[in-house]
Design a protein around this ligand. Structure first.
Ligand code: GLC
Length: 489
């Protein structure tokens, strides 16, 4: 654990002379000089910021949030968008909104994470004056302008191009991919919490009130929509398979997306078993994506998009498919991988996304902590639920924890793992990847040290938040004090 802590400290970098966040990976080998793993990625910094909050190192988080705020786009086509990553070069901050990235892709998830992190910061630090400050409130409105606007399409989802989130290479994940939609749900929830800080406090006025109502309605509609169209169980599948097709009109339409039963994959029956359930990867006219995406499902549970019983059905599904999803390195990013022909058409023959590799069925250790947090959150909110199932889920998580503890230091905290069992270090994986390191530290914190700290991730909770570090001596984080911080650990 000490080694992980030390490596984590090395990933933190200064911007304008103050710690501002972590680079994506410590390693930069010869052929990496062209790559951007030395930049501060917003998405890779999510576990970093959560971990820093749990340790009471608020100044870094605030500096990170402030820099992101400063970089929120003001350009006429992308107004309100937060950057994918940024870096300080020659005293200037260089940000990437997609204009420099491989394939010139855009990352929608970065923008959706900002309010979530901001709300967590406000709660953990008690710094409500930051939450109510005009710059934060303005940022929230700018972001909402992007989302809550009329479009050609009525459903309350965000329509995005391929590669718009953690999966940032072509994987046929355009349209309304689960991870983006679940993050949108978390984002709207957090925006509501941030706006509520000023509502009625003299700062707000009728405009905030209107915005708040609209955002709440959008959030409710989005949840209903996702539960109707993305949530599947063996029972719902039996109904879906027997639906009529070619239905026109707006009443009694039971197959809105005109899905032909033939597109339902055969693996689904065994995958769902009798009582499992999950959110499918995407819904598009005639072409649902039945692949299982770990992060979207974990966050769907964690953010309370899924009901209590649905969360249990998800845990049951994960246990049932453990040999796929966890295997030798928890956990697989998506299942099943696309094979030869699909790989050719849908990834554009991307050699990094070869079947069982990278985004196409690879195993990412950084994905385990959100699933563990989802389980702990469920236990916190529904302490008397199915004790047998929750016991089994906890046992599985324990074993996954040990697998990571045994493997990750040995495999130098690799970015991802390849193959049907995830045994091999990813063919093009970085080593000392920050979210692998901090993901494990978070897992250790939540499972071993202070499970009650999961309440930080409860976006609905507005009550007083006493985190475990507050029971200890407050940790300091100025550069000179980092060594003593490590010593105290
Ligand atoms: C890869 C991943 C992306 C991550 C980035 C930096 O591009 O696909 O999700 O943010 O590396 O680690």
């Amino acid at each position: 654990m000490r080694q992980a802590e030390e490596l984590f400290e090395q990933t933190l970098v200064n911007v304008r002379g103050q710690l501002a966040g972590a680079v994506a990976a410590l390693e930069s080998s010869v052929h990496d000089s062209e790559l951007n793993y030395g930049e501060i990625f917003l998405r890779d910094n999510v576990p970093v910021m959560v971990y820093l909050l749990l340790r009471g190192r608020f100044e870094i988080v605030r500096h990170f949030l402030d820099l992101c705020l400063e970089l929120q786009s003001r350009s006429y086509r992308t107004r309100g968008v937060f950057p994918t990553s940024f870096v300080e070069e020659d005293d200037k901050i260089l940000a990437d909104y997609g204009q420099r990235s491989i394939g010139r892709i855009t990352s929608v998830d970065a923008s959706l994470w900002w309010p979530v992190l901001c709300w967590m910061y406000v709660r953990a630090s008690g710094d409500t004056s930051y939450g109510t400050s005009p710059k934060v409130q303005r940022a929230v409105q700018l972001l909402l302008d992007l989302v809550l606007q009329p479009s050609f399409y009525e459903p309350p989802v965000l329509f995005v191009p391929d590669c718009a989130f953690m999966i940032d290479r072509p994987m046929d994940v355009w349209g309304a991919p689960l991870e983006v939609e679940v993050l949108l749900f978390g984002c709207l929830k957090s925006c509501c919490q941030l706006m509520s800080l000023v509502e009625g406090g003299g700062h707000g006025g009728p405009l905030i009130q209107q915005r708040l109502e609209l955002t709440r309605t959008w959030m409710r509609d989005l949840r209903v929509y996702l539960l109707n169209h993305y949530w599947v169980t063996s029972k719902t599948m039996q109904v879906l398979r027997r639906r009529p097709t070619e239905q026109y009109g707006d009443y009694q339409s039971r197959n809105e997306f005109n899905v032909q039963p033939e597109v339902i994959p055969h693996w689904l029956q065994e995958w769902l078993d009798d009582r499992g359930g999950y959110l499918i990867g995407n819904m598009r006219t005639g072409r649902p994506d039945f692949r299982f995406y770990s992060l979207g499902n974990a966050l769907g549970s964690l953010f309370g998009l899924l009901t209590g019983p649905q969360q249990l059905a998800l845990f049951r599904l994960v246990i049932h498919n453990r040999h796929h999803l966890m295997a030798e390195m928890p956990m697989r990013i998506c299942h099943p991988p696309m094979d030869q022909d699909e790989w050719i058409t849908n990834t554009g023959m991307d050699p990094k996304n070869w079947p069982w590799s990278y985004h196409n069925g690879g195993h990412w250790p950084s994905l385990l902590w959100p699933m563990a947090a989802a389980v702990l959150m469920h236990q916190r909110l529904y302490p008397n639920d199915d004790l047998l199932l929750l016991g089994q889920t906890r046992t599985m998580l324990e074993e996954c924890y040990w697998q990571q503890l045994n493997q990750l230091p040995r495999q130098q905290w690799a970015e991802y793992f390849d193959g049907p069992t995830g045994t091999w270090v990813g063919q093009q994986a970085r080593i000392n990847q920050t979210w692998t390191i901090v993901g494990f530290l978070l897992l250790h914190h939540l499972m071993r040290k202070a499970p009650q700290d999961v309440k930080l991730l409860d976006l609905d909770d507005v009550g007083p938040l006493r985190l475990s570090f507050q029971d200890q001596k407050q940790q300091k984080s100025s550069p000179d004090e980092r060594k003593s911080f490590l010593k105290n650990y």
